[in-house]
Design a protein around this ligand. Structure first.
Ligand code: ZN
Length: 72
């Protein structure tokens, strides 16, 4: 598994192979010429998914708090 950090938006992207054109999934920037790092363990992917979940739960909490504030 390979990992590249986008040179434009600095977001990591992952691919199973390091051949052919590599387009950043976040901003569609061509990062084919960027250096790929090997990411043998899927830890980075898992932490990325957990981070997304964390962000979602945080926004939910914020929504709850704001509705409580309106009640008060
Ligand atoms: Zn990007």
């Amino acid at each position: 598994m390979y990992k590249k950090i986008c040179t434009q938006c600095h977001q990591p992207s992952f691919s199973s192979c390091n051949s052919g054109t590599w387009i950043c999934p976040v901003c569609d920037f061509d990062i084919t010429n960027s250096k790929a790092r090997t990411a043998e363990s899927p830890t980075n992917v898992v932490s990325l998914i957990n981070f997304t979940k964390y962000k979602q739960s945080t926004s939910l909490t914020t929504m709850k708090n704001s509705s409580i504030n309106k009640l008060v």
